[in-house]
Structure formats: C-alpha cells, structure tokens
Design a protein around this ligand. Sequence first.
Ligand code: G1P
Ligand code: ZN
Length: 545
Amino acid sequence: MKIKTIKCQPFNDQKPGTSGLRKKVDVFKAPHYLATFVQSIFATLPASQNQSLLVGGDGRYFNNEAIQIIYKMAIANGFKNIFIAKHGFLSTPAASHLIRKYKLDGGIILSASHNPGGPKGDFGVKFNINNGGPAPESFTSKVYEISKTITQYQIADVPDLDIKSVAITQTGNIKLNVIDTVNDYADLMEHLFDFDLIKSLFNSGLFSMVFDAMHAITGPYAKEILINRLGASDETVINGDPLPDFGGGHPDPNLVYAEELVTIMNHAIQAPDMGAASDGDGDRNMVLGRQFFVTPSDSLAIMAANAHLLPGYQAGISGVARSMPTSMAVDRVAESRGIECYETPTGWKYFGNLLDEGLISLCGEESFGTGSDHIREKDGLWAVLFWLNLIAIKKQSIANIVQQHWQVFGRNYYSRHDYENVDMDKAQTIFNRIEQQLPVLEKKCFGDYCVAQADNFSYRDPVDHSVTENQGLRIIFTDNSRIIFRISGTGTEGATLRIYYEKYQRPDGDLLQDSQSSLSELFAIAEQLGQIKQISGRSQPDVIT
Ligand code: G1P
Ligand code: ZN
C-alpha cells in the first residue's frame, strides 16, 4: 500500500474551543484544512496509542467526505484496527460507549453539535481519548501548537471505503470494521434502565410521548430504543431521519429552536404526556411535560435525588458535579444526601477525571446536558430514558415530579440569556467593563441584593491539580442569587455573550412564579453593570432558556 506525504502550509486558526474545532463548512473544505488538523491530532497521540480508532459523525454535510479522508490518514499514520460507523452515523454518546467497550485508543467525532449544518453551515472535529471522553485541555493545546507549524501529512493511497453496510475487511495487518453503532448503545441503555417497566408504561395506553430527533443523529437510535425495544408507537419519533442540513433547522433542543415540539407540547388538549428532543450529535436533551418545561439544572437535581430508584444506579451515587453556570439546585440534593458536589468550568471535558476517579456518578450542565458514569460524554437519549423510567416508577406527570421536588428542596429560578453573533469587540467591551468592576463590587448592594463574592472563576482539578482560569465572571449575592457572564467557546460567528441568572426560593416560598419575572431585578443589575443594550446595540437577548 502506498503512503503519500502531502506538503502543506500550517493554519493559524485551529485552536479547539469548548468542544473540538468548529468552523464553517467552507473553511473545513479548503485544501488540506481538515487533514492538517487530523495530522496534528495523530501527532499528539503517544506512540503507544495509535493502534485503534473510531470514526463517524452526526451526519451533517461533509460528514462522509471527511470520514474517507480520515480513514486513509489513519492507515498512513499506523492505525491497525479502524472502526468506521455505517453510513457515517455515530452519536457522541455512542462514540464514547464504543471507545470504552472495545477499548480503543480514541475516536474522531465529526460534529459541530447543535450548530446548523448544510453547505453554508458549520462543521467540526472532536477527538475523544481512550477513556471515551473529550480530550483534555493539555491534549487539545498540544494539537493546536502542532497545527501552527505542521508542514506535511500522511495519507494512504487507497480507494474510498464502502460504508453503506456492516463489513470487516482485512488488508495485510490492517483491519477495517464498518460497524452499526446503534445496537451496542441500545444494549447499554437496556442495562441501565428498567425496559420492562417502561414498556408497560407505553402499553398502558395512558401515556404518550413525542421525541423530536430534529433530523439529526438520534433518529436511528431513538427508533430502535423507543419504538423497536420499548414498544412506543411509530409516531413517537418525529424528524427521525438524519439529514445533512438537519432539514434547514438549528438542531439545538431548546424552547426556541425546537419550536415544532414546543408547539405540540403546548397544545391545550392534545399535548402528549412527555416531549423530548436531542441535538445534532445526540448529547443534549430537552425534557418537556404538558405545557411544562424542565430546566436542565432542575433535571440534574431531580436525577440526583431519584437515581437510586433506577436499576443502573441502585447502589446510590458517589457524588455529583455541575458546570459553574449551572444552577445550584443539585447542590441542595447533594447536601441532603451527604455527598460531594463539584463545580467545574463549562464543558464536559472537566467531568472526565471526576468520573474516572469514581468521585461522581452524575453530572450536568445548564446547556441541556446531563450524563452519568456509564460513558464520558453527556447523553441525550440516556436522559430521556431516565425520565421515562422515573415516570414509570412514580406514575406521576412530569410537572408533578418537578413541583414535588421543589416542595422538598426549594426552587432555583433560573434563566440563560444569549446575545448571539455580537461583534467580538463589543462583547469584549461589555465583558471587560464588568470584570473591571469586580474588585469593588463586594459588599455593594443593589436594592435587596448585596454582593457576597465577585470574581473570575478558576478551577483546580482535584485529580490532576491542573488549573483552568478565566472561566466566567461570577457575581454571587448573599442570598445565593447569582449573575454569571461568559463568552461562548463554541460559536463560529462573532461572539455569543451568555448571561446566566439564578435566584433561590425556599420550599415555603412562592414556587410557581414565572421564571423571567422572578429574575427581573437581576436582569436590571446585569444591565447596570454591563450596559449590554447600549454597547451591543441589542434591545433583548436572541435566545432565552
Ligand atoms: C456550550 C455550552 C456548554 C457545552 C458546550 C458543548 O459551550 O454552554 O455547556 O459544554 O456548548 O456542548 P459554550 O458555547 O458556552 O462555550
Ligand atoms: Zn452536542
């Protein structure tokens, strides 16, 4: 087999963000762009870890062309056992599971997660290491360093691989495995949850559900699990065929972008009992009851409070973790259970060490991500099955389950406001303005809200002791209300300014207010500090969740 060495110029913009490298499709399609980044990943891997590799993606535009390039480069770089997803379809959680199950050295996942796809949309490349989780920052910064000086890459001169059907081909000492990624993942779910009980819920005729796969990767997984294995009706899964442009939609399961599902769930008479959606690569989830939205932060807290009722978590949970901007609802559950709650920077990669060390069993982020120690990624369908299992046990509506939780633990009113595609300079001006005020904010009061702590969050990993700084500006008030400012690390156009608001209400207080009105005083404080409207020129956020 002939290995070609291709000369190339380094690019200076291949710095991975919160979750891999994301760029416009056109950027990735430019000659050598994808290849230099992939070569930089391979060059970062220790020599002992370039034997086995998994490759697949969320089915977005350019997925399969990229797979062909990567499999040829993997051969040229010495990989001997290469697993390629059939049709190129591989969800992020399934990837994490397969890397762990088959003890692979790593996996390349082609996805820009919840960002739009199609020829004018985004593309992305993530590398997951042999624990199944996203490569840590020490790894991704090395990839970036190499990408800045790279001058050549290796690629095997072999034909494109047929990835339409499952097959194993051995050529010399190289084994190419085209695998179906759905069954292994579905088996894992069956092991964690009580499928018989969930099946009886669907069979009872008293429960209905709609799962919106948003024309993204979870369609094939949801159909196998919900319809084939759990007996839900065929209409349960909508938008279930993955499309390269996600049907023109924005595959982000939130109240704005999952509009079709939200409309179904808000129907006064015919709304199903449960609605759920997942994102481009299948790691996010949104759970809705009839005319009822479960905030991801509450979802995590409710999972922590109830995990012991489910087969996979019967032994109890060792600890929990949440990203810093995620509401502190789960902290209250941890406190009452006498377990540790870790606060990490935004991004799933920070949970990896905690999970590997067994310090936590559950973790989550406000950005529609929850997961557990079953894999090393957040997991959209897992969360949906968790809720289904809980409903089957409690025989209550989603709204009742959530409200009863508040009656015990109190409610963390919560909302995130996103200002998207703001001019980078303007976003930075707002951010700097707030950061400069931090030192003088302590003890300062805004009406009833007095500042207890104001800082730029930094995290020391309790396992490897690495320190990650500048992870978001925090203003914490004496009543534990919080305002947090971050600039997104996943956007590809301008800057996305995220402002997170939280206010705690004790169990004996008013638990049923509208969250936007309950947080309105905090919105005014943020505006006073950042002059967001004036500087950004925006009168309101683009997305409120
Ligand atoms: C966003 C979310 C973050 C999540 C990441 C990847 O990152 O806020 O919680 O881990 O996407 O799904 P951000 O754009 O805020 O950097
Ligand atoms: Zn995602």
